[in-house]
Write a protein that binds this ligand. Sequence first.
Ligand SMILES: [Fe+2]
Length: 223
Amino acid sequence: MRKNAFIFTMLMVAFSLSAQYQLPKLAYSYSALEPYIDSATMYIHYNNHHGAYTKNLNDALAKYPELQKKPINELFANMDQIPEDIKTSVRNNGGGYYNHVLFWELLSPASQSLMSPYVEAELKKAFGSLDKFKAEFEKAATTRFGSGWAWLIKEKNGAYRIVSTANQDNTLMSINKAQGHPVLALDVWEHAYYLKYQSKRAEYVKNFWKIVNWKKVEELMKK
Ligand SMILES: [Fe+2]
C-alpha cells in the first residue's frame, strides 16, 4: 500500500514537472476579499474552476510539445495555427487559465484598494470622468449575455477601450474582434458570484470597485 502511494506521488510530481501551466499562488487568503467576494466562492472558483482550466489546458497541449514551449500569448495571437483537435480546448481552457491568473492579480483586499493619481488621470483622460468610466465598464459587465468577461483594454495605438467577451475568450486571441492587452478584467460567469449574489450580477459588479488592485492596473497601463 505504501509502495503504491509512493509511486502515485512520484507520478504526480513527474506530471507537475512536465506540465507547463500551474495554478498560481494567490497573494491573499480565500477570505481576504470578504464581504464582497465570499471565501466559499473564492475557494471553489480558484481550486475547482481555475484548477480544471489549468489541468485541461495541460492535457490538451500534452501531445504537442512544440506548442507547450510557446508563451500562451503567442498561442492566442495565432489561433489559426493551433491544430484543429485542440483548438477549442486551447480557446476555452487556455483562456480560462490566463483570464483567471490575471483576475486574481487584479483583486486585492478592500483596505489596499487605492487608485493612484496616475491611474485616475489616465481614466479621466480616456473617459471624461471616473463615473463615466465605471458606468461604461459596469454596462459591459452587466449586459454580457450568459458567461463571459468585461475588460478595460489598451489598444496598440495606446487608446483605452471597454469591451466584453463571451465564455473564456479574451482580447489577445486572434479570433476576437476587439484587440488589445487587458488592463482590468471582471469575471461575470455565474460561478464567480452566484453563491453570494444569486441572480444579482449588478450588485457583484458594483462591489468589484471596492476590491480592485489598482497597483496592478497601473502596471498594466504602463506595459
Ligand atoms: Fe471564473
